[in-house]
Design a protein around this ligand. Structure first.
Ligand code: KG4
Ligand code: ZN
Length: 352
């Protein structure tokens, strides 16, 4: 299998991406030409309505949905794009981190398709997909080194990204991920899953300065994240003020204040790490970066600090297959050979 096209190759190469690490079944086709990416088409089946009654993701349900969706979505996408599987140059699949059973479905499908078509299969780290998603629009090369911020339902981390496969974790969370905390707090507020967008909606009517909720490791220079404290504080606060729960303004101000605590923490730590590490670019992605207040705060902070701020477009912040196909296509174009380990890895680290 000829899997490593040189980076100055002029012809286009089409990559199929498959993302099944959690509760979204995503498939996408991207085109890579001379190291530049263009999204061709994507389909995403959200399982939110299936999991919502349980207040979170049920792995057993997720795996059944992936197994049902994937064999439908891939042919549907290719047909919609007028492509045959033989037009593809490679397949990219998330090999971890994520839910084991969900990852297995995507990997089994990708391996079977790769074997039957004689196509290279590239295993992509889900976090790597998020890290590079701010750079998928535009035509400039990736500005290594950059500081990456990933804030999602499963992860919250800052990483020095020095080149392909050269990632140094500077900080991660000691307990809940930012999105996980928002999802749990939303439940306390009686809001459905996923909680982040619901809290954002409620917060838009409230006063972010109404209440002061704690922030994990607030000391300047301490890069560690912690979001379980704010969750516990909101729980006790709601119990102490149970008589005010019927007041919509009270609830929206609670949402705005706790959102502010989470968003400010992410923003301040990222900006501090960027200035301390001498980075010129801050790149941010992951589901929580779909939050408008966080995006605005990061953009303003970067502008004040003279940093280039790259945030993935909202549709590419939450899980998707475009970022998986693109990471594989860009790595392949940079001369990094496709690799797929023998097994999925639910705890796959970004840096080893
Ligand atoms: O990246 P993602 O789709 O999945 C993981 O890799 O975990 O992130 C999902 C997380 C959920 O916790 C969800 O509540 C949060 O991202 N999220 C948001 C927003 N949209 C999604 N959090 C805050 N504001 C949003 N608008
Ligand atoms: Zn994700």
């Amino acid at each position: 299998m000829n899997a490593t096209p040189p980076s100055d190759r002029a012809e286009r190469l089409l990559w199929l991406g498959i993302e099944t690490s959690c509760d979204e079944t995503g498939v996408a086709v991207v085109e890579e030409r001379s190291g530049r990416i263009r999204g061709i088409g994507a389909l995403l089946t959200s399982q939110v309505n299936r999991h919502r009654p349980f207040g979170g993701i049920v792995p057993e349900l997720a795996v059944r949905e992936h197994a049902r969706n994937l064999p439908l979505l891939v042919p549907q996408l290719l047909a919609r794009l007028g492509l045959s599987p033989l037009d593809l140059g490679g397949i990219a699949v998330t090999e971890g981190p994520g839910l084991a059973s969900s990852l297995l479905i995507g990997n089994a499908y990708a391996r079977a398709m790769g074997a039957s078509l004689g196509l290279p299969v590239f295993g992509v780290n889900h976090l790597e997909g998020h890290l590079f998603s701010p750079f998928l629009e535009g035509s400039e090369p990736i500005p290594f080194p950059f500081l990456g911020l990933v804030a999602s339902g499963g992860h919250t981390l800052l990483a020095a990204v020095e080149g392909w496969n050269r990632y140094r974790i500077l900080s991660s969370t000691s307990d809940d991920a930012a999105g996980e905390a928002l999802d749990k707090i939303a439940r306390l507020l009686g809001l459905p899953y996923p909680g982040g967008p619901e809290i954002e909606r409620l917060a838009s009517q409230g006063d972010p300065k109404a209440f002061c909720f704690p922030r994990g490791f607030p000391e300047t220079g301490d890069l560690r994240f912690s979001f379980s404290g704010v969750k516990t504080a909101v729980r006790y606060f709601l119990e102490q003020h149970s008589e005010r729960r019927a007041d919509p303004h009270f609830l929206s101000s609670v949402a705005a204040s706790l959102q502010d605590s989470v968003v400010r923490t992410l923003c301040e730590k990222a900006l501090w790490a960027a200035s301390k590490g001498g980075f010129r670019t801050l790149a941010a992605a992951g589901g929580v970066l779909a939050n408008r207040r966080l995006r605005e705060m990061l953009e303003a902070g970067c502008s004040d600090a003279g940093l280039s701020c790259r945030i993935a477009p909202p549709a590419l912040c939450t899980d998707n297959a475009v970022m998986i196909a693109s990471a594989a296509a860009l790595k392949s174009a940079a001369g990094i050979p496709p690799s797929l380990s023998q097994d999925i890895d639910p705890g796959l680290p970004l840096a080893v």
